[in-house]
Design a protein around this ligand. Structure first.
Ligand SMILES: Cc1cc2nc3c(=O)[nH]c(=O)nc-3n(C[C@H](O)[C@H](O)[C@H](O)COP(=O)(O)O)c2cc1C
Ligand code: SF4
Ligand code: SF4
Ligand code: SF4
Ligand code: FES
Length: 597
């Protein structure tokens, strides 16, 4: 094996790819080659390291130095100074929000310090295309242990006793699901990995697949052994081409190394995995729709029971687990159920990965023990609200979840406490909104999403969500009527109680939770025709401040309805009768002279 004195880890997760990490990587390699350091320094392409808003990011080991927001031209200095002379390039280090000190090592960054990484143990640290690197970090040792030292029943008991619950949204106990499937009559049995990840803002499953695909394959094989299945499918959305590519490579390497396929480890147990690429419909993440889609049918949910554990893929007993759920399995087998159960809260064990998005300073992926408070996640790890704005709420559980206002920031995050607040853990999306967000508009955004994604099979969801969206549209455009709030509530409970699948049953949640905590905002829109957050354009009145206006004329040229009047170099005015409240003048004015009330 070749030995290198230094490893440079270049994040090639989706976030960093979008900030052009490929050019940084190429420049880095070129500079390393120029100085003939290629025998001493190895560049490793990893999955997402977590702090995606700082991309492109690079870590240099063994020192653990973390460089951020790199441009290709920065790499020459890193190679000349750091890799050749051992001097850290200070100007490329990160200064955390609220601090004046630059941080050299990742271990000093609160973003990493506060995390416990189990599902994300390898993402950002290993080359996901190298099975050797996975093996070097205990990869496939759990499979070896399960096959050689444990009976299938012992594997099931270990997962049950660990307290692991499904990370795909519903939080069903994983060990119990495996036990039901193992006990169900019928053969063959199947293991299915749900990698559909359709929640807006969620990307934890994508990061695991892109950054550590073998952890999912190993877990699927362990599950196959536990329930008596020799075949697995990974259902992954077509919008994740890098995840598909890395999974394909991992499967072929797994087969080559005898970690998948016939008679694994000479134990007589066989297991193989195939990929099925979905077309990106949110409803196909629902387990029965997903199974129908794998079978080549239209991706529509069907009533439950029967549950997939009894009648799943092609009518046979099937375990369907989420990517993050599976990414925990090998560590539980290796370290034991008590180790995993020692983390978290009474009913929610272990850790959870969250995707921090929205108005928070540090966006990206974080993994924390269950029971960590929202305040710790948003303010300590997430660095608080950007632009000095005030926190307003956090939306958990995506379109199936709800919002949590400031008064509950000290709530420990687990399945039950979030349910009590009227929201759900969901798959781990956390969208943080500030004082400038209109909560009626936020509810409208999610309802628009589910209405669009409804498969249309049942009337409450197909028609009911459309009616709810129409009501929200009229409220945010100033046409709300007395009785609209009550109508929204009636429709919400009607849909929740009668829709066929989880999509419809949870679709009204964002409306119900914003009504629970921000009812006054709905009332202000309907009764006073005002948007308290000044976010709904149609409820605003546009004026030009004569003291700030320079008479540059930019707004009058841009106005689509010729509503701006005035002579050059003199303060302009807006004809409110002509103004259609499009907001263009406010966006265009460089002097902040356009004000809204
Ligand atoms: C509309 C809808 C979309 C869903 N999307 C996903 C998804 O993208 N990924 C996922 O793992 N589970 C999703 N689920 C949950 C799955 O139906 C299922 O509960 C889960 O895959 C089981 O795995 P787990 O027990 O490991 O969480 C969705 C459910 C609904 C109702
Ligand atoms: S609830 Fe909505 S998504 Fe689910 S089956 Fe009915 S129409 Fe389709
Ligand atoms: S763009 Fe601003 S400064 Fe220029 S005329 Fe309009 S309001 Fe006045
Ligand atoms: S809001 Fe739109 S329509 Fe009204 S004055 Fe400004 S640019 Fe013209
Ligand atoms: S994609 Fe690079 S840090 Fe997330």
């Amino acid at each position: 094996m070749e030995m290198y004195r230094s490893h440079v880890l270049v994040c090639a997760g989706a976030g960093c790819i979008s900030s052009d990490c490929k050019s940084v990587q190429q420049a880095l390699l070129a500079n390393i080659n120029d100085l003939r350091l290629d025998n001493e320094v190895k560049v490793v392409e990893t999955g997402c390291m977590g702090p995606c808003d700082l991309g492109p990011v690079v870590m240099v080991f063994p020192d653990g130095v973390f460089y951020r927001k790199l441009k290709p031209e920065d790499t020459r200095e890193i190679v000349n100074e750091h890799l050749l002379k051992g001097k850290v390039v200070t100007r490329l280090l990160h200064t955390p929000v609220g601090s004046t000190e630059k941080v050299t090592s990742i271990n000093e960054l609160e973003f990493f310090q506060r995390q416990t990484r189990i599902a994300l143990r390898n993402t950002g640290l290993i080359n996901p295309e190298s099975v050797e690197e996975y093996i070097a970090r205990d990869g496939y040792r759990a499979l070896g242990k399960a096959l050689s030292q444990m009976t299938p029943e012992e594997v099931v008991i270990t997962i049950k006793e660990s307290g692991l619950r499904g990370r795909g949204g519903a939080g069903f106990p994983t060990g119990l699901k495996w036990q039901f499937t193992a006990a169900a009559p019928g053969s063959p049995k199947y293991v299915v990995c749900n990698a559909d990840e359709g929640d807006p803002g969620a990307f934890m499953d994508r990061s695991i697949l892109e950054g550590d695909p073998h952890s999912v394959l190993e877990a699927m094989a362990i599950c196959g052994y536990a329930i008596g299945a020799d075949k697995g499918y990974i259902y992954v959305r077509a919008e994740y081409p890098l995840a598909v590519e890395r999974l394909e490579l991992a499967i072929s390497k797994g087969r080559e190394y005898g970690l998948l396929g016939e008679n694994m480890f000479g134990t007589g147990f066989s297991f193989d995995v195939e990929i099925r690429v979905g077309a990106g419909a949110f409803v196909c993440g629902e387990e029965t729709a997903l199974l129908a889609s794998i079978e080549g049918q239209r991706g529509e949910p069907r009533p439950k029971p029967p549950f997939p554990a009894q009648e799943g893929l092609w009518g046979k007993p099937t375990v369907i687990n989420n990517v993050e759920t599976l990414a925990n399995i090998a560590q539980i087998i290796l370290n034991g159920a008590p180790w995993y159960a020692s983390m978290g809260t009474e009913k929610s064990k272990g850790t959870k990965v969250f995707a921090l998005a929205g108005k928070v300073n540090n966006t990206g992926l974080v993994e924390v023990p269950m029971g960590t408070t929202l305040r710790d996640i948003i303010f300590d790890i997430g660095g608080g609200i950007n632009g000095g704005k005030k926190f307003k709420a956090v939306q958990t559980g995506g379109p199936s979840g709800g919002c949590i206002p400031e008064a509950y920031l000290d709530t420990p995050v687990d399945y039950d406490s979030l349910n009590e607040l009227g929201t759900i853990m969901g798959s781990g999306g956390m969208i943080i909104v500030d004082e400038d967000t209109c909560m009626v508009d936020l509810a409208k955004f999610f309802l628009d999403f589910v209405q669009d994604e409804s498969c249309g099979k049942c009337a409450p969801c197909r028609i009911g969500t459309k009616r709810m969206l129409e009501i929200l549209e009229r409220i945010t455009s100033g046409q709300g009527r007395e009785g609209d709030i009550e109508l929204l509530e009636e429709l919400s409970y009607g849909i929740k109680n009668s829709a066929l699948c989880g999509l419809g049953q949870t679709a009204p949640n964002p409306v119900l939770s914003t009504l629970r905590y921000f009812r006054h905002e709905y009332e202000a829109h309907i009764r006073d025709h005002k948007c308290p957050a000044s976010a709904c354009p149609e409820l605003l009145t546009y004026y030009i401040d004569p003291r700030a206006c320079k008479g540059c004329g930019v707004c009058s040229k841009a106005c689509p309805s010729d509503a701006v009047l005035g002579e050059k170099k003199k303060p302009h005015t807006i004809d409110l009768n002509k103004c259609i409240k499009c907001g263009t003048c406010k966006q265009k004015c460089k002097f902040d002279a356009v004000i809204t009330v």
